[in-house]
Design a protein around this ligand. Structure first.
Ligand SMILES: Cc1ncc(COP(=O)(O)O)c(C=O)c1O
Length: 401
């Protein structure tokens, strides 16, 4: 029997990824497999979110209240001797970090060509020039050698992106930064709790910038982010920059430029809870990755390369195949949605026709970005759905030989 004829009852999904208490639909109904689990995660938290909202309305404090302080305390504890500041997004976290690091007009900042556009837009927002460099084959992480080749007297900072949930080569990157006196701003938007020789993403550079957009390994109701900073000076600077340049306790005294970019109390409450679930959820992501690795081992496709000393957190499970486009539509026809991350390199984005930037040769990124396809991987993906994904990929390649 064609596995895709299996009909799935619609129902809520447990945190552990098993289908629970199917809702009576008056018959069975085909439920497509979404590319990410954000809607299910929020649906699972619905009652909790309503309780948080009641509590926040009762308290009369919707910003910088007890939930934000609790979240920031938890961030500081989790990242050891560092401090956490909750912000409105990963994009603004990067932008503020660059400004606080002293990046400004005329400076160059090195970023990978294969990343989400925010990594580069943050550099433009700081009135500096992003320089797009190549990635490593297999891991698709920024190449230290490409960084070295791109450094000029104008280079001020490096933004390594811990793409798909795996930490870039921080030993080599920090050594380069030390050698050339550069700031390092880690883009950890996809790497909550990913580690490199036991140390978490965000604990290497001057700043660790995280997104808590709803679709990330932890995410609020909508947009959100946080920054991990190294010392009290940067803590004060970050707290001022996301709050119109003022301290949290004095309302009309503005010490420096700043903007309104705070996390809402509702998102802080949701994220404080989710942070306590993160270890467990990442284990579930790794278990699914292991099942995919095993099932695809004999197929002519490349599963994600986990580099030595890394603990991957699989924000995305990106397979590399010459047939990515055909596989994408084959799975789509069977109700399985996948994602191309990223279908366009930064150097191909129309936005940069008008924005300052510089492009280094990026042959690895150019030759491979269209061959990467991200399969569904999230804690709420049911066992049955994982089997469907596996059956889909296996039958696609089976039909080709
Ligand atoms: C690599 C990368 N950098 C930066 C961002 C920006 O984060 P946000 O969407 O929270 O602004 C994202 C995510 O969206 C991302 O994936």
């Amino acid at each position: 029997m064609d596995p895709f004829r299996i009909l799935f009852p619609r129902g809520p999904f447990s945190m552990s990824g098993t289908l629970v208490a199917p809702i009576e639909t008056g018959g069975t109904e085909f439920v497509p497999v979404p590319p990410d689990g954000q809607h299910r995660r929020i649906a699972n938290m619905q009652q909790m979110i309503h309780r948080y909202l009641d509590d926040i309305v009762d308290s009369g404090t919707s910003l910088l209240g007890e939930y934000t302080h609790r979240l920031e305390r938890q961030l500081g504890t989790r990242w050891g001797n560092r401090y956490g500041v909750a912000t409105s997004s990963g994009t603004e976290s990067l932008h503020f970090s660059l400004r606080i690091a002293g990046v400004g007009p005329g400076d160059e900042v090195i970023v990978p060509n294969m990343t989400f556009v925010s990594t580069a837009f943050a550099v433009n927002a700081a009135h500096a020039v992003p320089v797009f460099v190549d990635v490593e084959p297999g891991s698709w992480l920024i190449s230290p050698e490409a960084i070295r080749r791109a450094i000029t007297p104008r280079t001020k900072a490096i933004i390594p992106v811990h793409l798909y949930g795996q930490v870039a080569d921080m030993d080599d990157i920090m050594a380069l930064a030390d050698e050339h006196g550069l700031a390092v701003i880690e883009d950890c938007a996809q790497a909550h709790d990913a580690t490199y020789h036991g140390r978490p993403a965000g604990s290497f550079g001057d700043f660790g910038c995280f997104s808590m957009w709803v679709g990330k390994n932890i995410g609020g109701l909508d947009d959100g982010g946080f920054v991990i900073v190294r010392d009290e000076q940067n803590l004060v600077a970050m707290q001022r920059m996301h709050n119109l340049g003022r301290d949290r306790t004095v309302r009309y005294l503005h010490h420096c430029w700043g903007t309104r970019s705070r996390l809402s109390e509702l998102n802080a409450a949701i994220l404080d809870y989710q942070l306590s679930m993160l270890t467990h959820w990442n284990v579930q992501r790794r278990m699914i990755a292991k099942a995919y690795d095993r099932a695809f081992a004999q197929l002519p496709l490349q599963t994600p390369t986990v580099l030595p000393g890394r603990e991957h957190v699989y924000y995305k499970y990106a397979v590399h195949t010459e047939h990515a486009a055909e596989l994408e539509s084959y799975l789509k026809d069977r109700g399985i949605s996948t994602e191309r991350i990223y279908p366009y390199l930064l150097s191909e984005q129309p936005a940069f026709a008008d924005l300052p930037h510089r492009v280094e040769p990026t042959p690895v990124a150019c030759a491979n970005n269209s061959k990467l396809l991200c399969l569904p991987i999230y804690p709420e993906l049911t066992y049955g759905e994982q089997q469907l994904v596996i059956a889909g990929v296996v039958s696609f390649f089976g039909n080709r030989v």
